[in-house]
Design a protein around this ligand. Structure first.
Ligand code: HEC
Ligand code: HEC
Ligand code: HEC
Ligand code: HEC
Ligand code: HEC
Ligand code: HEC
Length: 191
């Protein structure tokens, strides 16, 4: 008896720890804890059983969970490409939620966008193209149900420029810059 009591005495802090970890790991919120209904784009994720698609049990936003659905972003991040290449951690800093159909899920000023931020600076003649949509064509953009996406399916030079010579020349940049198609004999164009 005495020995049993001793074991209990030495182990109870551990037991309490295990038990509280168990309690803590259980869902301890309800639908009413949400600040409001979800955005139009995320409507299908409404309901208590779906909170865990974006949140942990403490209702913190978990970017990895967003990226489970948003493979198009996950792929770009892992390839270190595109606007989101260095934004894998803090989705909720820029993307709000829970304001129902009024949620401005993406809030940015297209007119005042610095293209350098995409990791693809516009150089040479590209800098002079004033209308984004001349390059960002619907048929080459990531398909979205209602909104227009600036993600490109194919961003190779070939997707916009027809090479004027025969042969297999996939990597245009070996010979061409972005100002004109002239090829300098003593080296590639630098811009
Ligand atoms: C000369 C062609 C050209 C013009 C003009 C242009 N873009 Fe782009 N943009 C590109 C290309 C090519 C990419 C793809 C880069 C990549 O995939 O690495 C891109 C990528 C982007 C991305 C990032 C997409 C991603 O994968 O994360 C955004 C956002 C973007 N452009 C916005 C704009 C906006 C806004 C304008 C107008 C102010 C604009 N672009 C004008 C060629 C252009
Ligand atoms: C610094 C602000 C910022 C952060 C952080 C950020 N985003 Fe974005 N996001 C934007 C902006 C601006 C756009 C619109 C330009 C574009 O399409 O790249 C956008 C666009 C998107 C789009 C729509 C792309 C399309 O096809 O039009 C998705 C999906 C997205 N973000 C998901 C995420 C996820 C997931 C995270 C976290 C892993 C994240 N974002 C982090 C600012 C941000
Ligand atoms: C599609 C993803 C998504 C789903 C599903 C989702 N949320 Fe959220 N939630 C977010 C984002 C993103 C934020 C951060 C919003 C912001 O800062 O504007 C957030 C914020 C919150 C906050 C914190 C508000 C604050 O100001 O700190 C709570 C609480 C919350 N959500 C509860 C819930 C509950 C409860 C559910 C399920 C009924 C749920 N959420 C479902 C994306 C989601
Ligand atoms: C269960 C899957 C799922 C999860 C989880 C999810 N999304 Fe989405 N998201 C979608 C779908 C579906 C759309 C709409 C796509 C369309 O319009 O084709 C979307 C659209 C978006 C858009 C673009 C909306 C627009 O107007 O262009 C952004 C930004 C976005 N989600 C960010 C996030 C962020 C941030 C998180 C995590 C907090 C997240 N998503 C979690 C499925 C998901
Ligand atoms: C998303 C579409 C797009 C992509 C990708 C793209 N360009 Fe362009 N490029 C344009 C547009 C639009 C113009 C301006 C209109 C024109 O002159 O055709 C242009 C102009 C040029 C010019 C000047 C042509 C002239 O006759 O004045 C050169 C050179 C050029 N691009 C080279 C390249 C190279 C090299 C790549 C790959 C690194 C590339 N472009 C990728 C859309 C694109
Ligand atoms: C091995 C080098 C090389 C590669 C790689 C290459 N080109 Fe060229 N390209 C040339 C040369 C050389 C010319 C003729 C240049 C001149 O007249 O100064 C030329 C000319 C052009 C012209 C202009 C024709 C005209 O009449 O003005 C275009 C457009 C062009 N190339 C597009 C492309 C595209 C798109 C790619 C990638 C798919 C590509 N090139 C890859 C060497 C190359």
């Amino acid at each position: 008896m005495k020995i049993d009591a001793k074991i209990f005495k030495c182990c109870w802090p551990a037991l309490i720890l295990v038990f509280s970890v168990f309690l803590w790991s259980q869902q301890h919120y309800t639908v009413d804890d949400a600040p409001g209904p979800l955005s139009t784009a995320h409507k299908d994720s409404a309901g208590l059983k779906n909170c865990g698609q974006c949140h942990n049990n403490d209702l913190e936003v978990v970017p990895k969970k967003c990226l489970t659905c948003h493979q198009e972003m996950a792929l770009r991040i892992s390839a270190n490409r595109g606007f989101h290449r260095d934004k894998a951690e803090d989705c909720a800093v820029c993307h709000t939620e829970h304001e129902g159909d009024d949620t401005k899920l993406v809030d940015w000023d297209v007119e005042d966008f610095d293209h350098e931020e995409t990791g693809y600076p516009l150089l040479g003649r590209h800098k002079t193209v004033t209308d984004c949509l001349i390059c960002h064509k619907k048929e080459n953009s990531f398909p979205r149900k209602t909104t227009f996406s600036y993600l490109m399916e194919d961003s190779r030079c070939l997707s916009c420029h027809e090479p004027q010579h025969p042969g297999q020349q996939d990597n245009c940049q070996v010979c061409h810059g972005r100002n004109n198609w002239r090829v300098e004999i003593w080296g590639r164009n630098t811009r």
